[in-house]
Design a protein around this ligand. Structure first.
Ligand SMILES: [Ca+2]
Length: 257
């Protein structure tokens, strides 16, 4: 039986990094405890075989659409299964990985520590009212975060920023986004003023047809030209380093399966 505990090496490495950061102590302790819990859970071989069998069609389907191979997908789904099991230990009725659990994984393993846009990120990942995400959503989101093409990431970031849902970032939406991002970076104090300064700079760069708003076309065109502008309105993807270190460990594990 493969050593699935290795799967959580990914989380362990990130956990160490996470613990070194200044974050809310209670939350930090909760996450550390829950990760320690996951490490204790190994699957017996019957359970594992059943799980693999049960999901082979799903994996074949996902393999065609996502940026992972079969073994990598198996590995990701096993992580999902373990997280779900871990959640069920305190809530037996839980029917999947909860959004809160996924948020903690993104926070700890993918370094998405800027919480200001996370509610929007979750809406973009899954609009459904359920507290849980499906295996398919889990794999799709990780494919985007870890190996998404620039174009996929452009679509995703824009849908996070497009608060009104009309495909256009009007000036007040841009201001709101910039202000939120300023607050998370440097505190409430100068956020308003910095946002006002930024809005001019960014509009000048990104409002290609000069109508005072940033449409999806404006955004896509300017980000394609200059990918540094992808997250101009706030973090909604993991940092490159976090994604890279996750993938390295993860690819090693999938290799041994
Ligand atoms: Ca425009």
């Amino acid at each position: 039986m493969p050593d699935f505990l290795k799967t959580f090496k990914v989380l362990m490495v990130s956990k160490q990094r996470f613990l070194q950061k200044k974050v809310n102590r209670q939350r930090r302790e909760n996450v550390a405890r829950s990760m320690a819990g996951q490490l204790d859970m190994s699957m017996d071989s019957m359970e594992e075989t059943r799980f693999r069998k049960r999901n082979q069609y799903l994996i074949h389907r996902l393999e065609k659409r996502l940026h992972f191979n079969y073994l990598e997908l198996e590995c990701l789904l096993i992580m999902y299964y373990k997280l779900q099991k871990e959640g069920q230990a305190s809530n037996p009725k839980q029917e999947g990985v909860t959004k809160i659990q996924f948020r903690d994984v993104l926070h700890c393993a993918l370094d998405m520590t800027d919480d200001s846009l996370m509610d929007r990120v979750f809406l973009a990942i899954d609009k459904g009212p359920s507290a849980c995400i499906s295996m398919e959503t889990w794999a799709t989101a990780l494919s985007l975060f870890l190996r998404g093409t620039l174009d996929e990431q452009i679509q995703f970031c824009f849908s996070v920023y497009d608060i009104m849902g009309d495909g256009i970032l009007a000036r007040d939406t841009i201001f709101q986004l910039l202000r939120t991002s300023m607050i998370s970076q440097s505190g409430e104090e100068d956020a308003e003023e910095s946002a006002r300064d930024m809005i001019e700079v960014i509009t000048k760069k990104m409002d290609i047809d000069r109508d005072g708003k940033i449409s999806f076309q404006d955004y896509r065109q300017s980000v394609t030209k200059n990918p540094m502008l992808l997250e101009a309105f706030g973090q909604c993807l993991p940092s490159r380093i976090a994604a890279y270190s996750f993938l390295c460990t993860f690819a090693e594990i999938a290799d041994t399966l």
